[in-house]
Design a protein around this ligand. Structure first.
Ligand code: SF4
Ligand code: SF4
Length: 398
C-alpha cells in the first residue's frame, strides 16, 4: 500500500489531548504550556518558560502564576513553530490572556462585583454615571444652585462648589473600600499561585525583601515587554518598542498624578495653602505632566490595539483593556480641561465631572483591568523568590 492510499481520518482521531486545541481557557493553557515545557525554544523571550519548567504539573495555581507573569508581549506566537497553520494551532499569548482574565474574576472579592469583569464597558460607564450624578446631587443639596454657573477664583475656589470635607470623605471611602477588596483578592491569588513549585512560602524576610526589590525594578522598567531584547510584536511579527513606551507613559502618568495629589495634600495640611494652586506650583506641574503622559499613553496604546493583529489577544481581554483606556483617558482629559478652564464659569461642572470619574476609577480598581498591575507585581515577586530559592539550592548542592 502506498502512502497516498492511507486514510488520514484514523490519524486525526488518534490525536492526543496535547495535540488538539481545547475548548476551555484552563485546559488550553495547560496544553500549550505542556508543549512549551517539551519544546523550550522561547526560553529567552521572558521568564514564563523557565517558571513553567519549575511547575511541570501545571495545576490551577501554577497556571494563574504563569498567566500573570506573562506581559503579553505577543512575541512567542510569531516565534512558535506550532502556531497556526500547524495542526497543534498553538497560541500561547491568547491562552495566557484568557487564564489571566479568569484569575482576576476567580480571586476577586466580594464575588457579586465580579460581573463587572464580564461587561467592562458597561461597568465603566455605569460607575462613571453613578458617581458623577451622585456628586452633582450632593452639590445641589449642599450649596446654592447659582454657584454651579458662577466664576470662582483664588484660594478655596474649588471648595465653593464641593466642600473640602466631602471631597476627602468620598475619596477616602471609595479608595479605602477598593484597597480592602484588592488586598483580599491579592491574598487569595498569592496563596493560590504558590501552586506546585517547590515551597518558597517560608522564605525569610531577608530573602523576601531583595526579591521584592527585583520585582519592583522589573515592573517599573517593564523589563519583560522587551521581547527578550529586540522589542515586542506590537502590530505583527516585526519587533518594536512602542507598546513598552506607551505603557511607560501611562504608568508614569498615573504615578505623577498620584504624586500631585499627595503634594496638594501636604500643601493643604502643612503649609495651610488652599487649592487651586498657581501654574508653577508643584501640585499643578506634577498633575499637568501626569495628565499629558496619561493621555499620550492612552492614545498610543489605543492606536496599537486598534491596528494590531488580533490573533494573540483574547477578545474579552481586549475589551477590558479598551474600557480601562477610555476611563483613564476621560480622567486625564477632564483633569486637563479643569486646569485650563478653572477660572471660568465651566469650573464647577468640570470639577464634578473630574471628581466623579476619579471616584469611578477608584471603585473599579479591584474589578477592572486595573488589577493587572498589582497581580503582575505579585507574580514577579513570587518568580524572583523562586529563582533565588533555586540559586541558593544549586549553590548549596554544588
Ligand atoms: S511557544 Fe511554541 S516555539 Fe515557543 S516554547 Fe512554546 S511550543 Fe516552543
Ligand atoms: S506573550 Fe511574551 S511575555 Fe507572554 S509568554 Fe509569550 S513571550 Fe512570554
Amino acid at each position: 500500500m502506498s502512502l497516498a492510499e492511507v486514510d488520514p481520518a484514523p490519524w486525526s482521531a488518534q490525536r492526543s489531548a496535547v495535540e488538539q486545541p481545547q475548548r476551555t481557557g484552563e485546559a488550553e493553557t495547560r496544553r500549550a504550556l505542556h508543549i512549551c515545557n517539551v519544546c523550550g525554544y522561547c526560553n529567552g523571550l521572558c521568564p514564563v518558560f523557565d517558571a513553567a519548567k519549575r511547575r511541570p504539573l501545571l495545576a490551577a495555581g501554577d497556571r494563574d502564576q504563569l498567566a500573570n507573569l506573562c506581559h503579553h508581549c505577543r512575541s512567542c506566537l510569531y516565534a512558535c513553530q506550532y502556531a497556526p497553520p500547524h495542526p497543534f494551532a498553538l497560541n500561547l499569548p491568547r491562552a495566557l490572556a484568557r487564564t489571566r482574565a479568569e484569575s482576576y474574576a476567580r480571586h476577586a472579592w466580594p464575588q457579586p462585583f465580579v460581573r463587572s469583569f464580564a461587561h467592562p464597558h458597561r461597568a465603566a460607564l455605569l460607575a462613571s454615571l453613578i458617581t458623577t450624578l451622585a456628586l452633582l446631587a450632593l452639590v445641589l443639596i449642599e450649596v446654592p444652585v447659582a454657584r454651579l454657573w458662577a466664576v470662582h477664583q483664588g484660594p478655596g475656589a474649588f471648595y465653593q462648589v464641593l466642600p473640602w470635607g466631602w471631597m476627602v470623605l468620598l475619596a477616602g471611602l471609595a479608595l479605602g473600600w477598593s484597597l480592602l477588596a484588592l488586598g483580599v483578592g491579592l491574598r487569595r491569588f498569592w496563596r493560590a499561585s504558590a501552586g506546585t513549585a517547590e515551597a518558597v512560602a517560608d522564605a525569610a524576610w531577608d530573602d523576601r525583601l531583595p526579591a521584592l526589590a527585583t520585582a519592583l525594578r522589573e515592573a517599573l522598567s517593564l523589563r519583560h515587554l522587551h521581547g527578550g531584547g529586540p522589542g515586542c510584536a506590537d502590530l505583527d511579527a516585526r519587533p518594536s518598542h512602542w507598546r513598552r513606551r506607551w505603557h511607560h507613559a501611562l504608568l508614569y502618568g498615573v504615578l505623577l498624578s498620584v504624586a500631585a495629589t499627595v503634594t496638594a495634600t501636604l500643601y493643604h495640611h502643612l503649609l495651610g495653602r488652599l487649592a487651586p494652586y498657581p501654574l508653577w506650583s508643584a501640585p499643578v506641574l506634577l498633575g499637568s505632566l501626569g495628565g499629558l503622559f496619561m493621555l499620550a499613553g492612552v492614545l498610543g496604546l489605543g492606536w496599537l490595539g486598534a491596528r494590531a493583529d488580533p490573533q494573540p489577544t483574547a477578545p474579552d481581554s481586549q475589551s477590558a483593556t479598551q474600557a480601562l483606556l477610555w476611563l483613564l483617558g476621560a480622567v486625564a482629559l477632564s483633569g486637563l480641561l479643569l486646569l485650563l478652564w478653572r477660572e471660568t464659569a465651566a469650573m464647577a461642572l468640570l470639577l464634578i465631572l473630574h471628581l466623579g470619574l476619579v471616584l469611578a476609577l477608584f471603585l473599579l480598581l479591584p474589578y477592572s483591568k486595573l488589577v493587572h498591575g498589582p497581580y503582575r507585581l505579585a507574580a514577579l515577586w513570587r518568580d524572583a523568590l523562586e529563582r533565588q530559592h533555586y540559586l541558593h539550592r544549586r549553590d548549596s548542592d554544588g
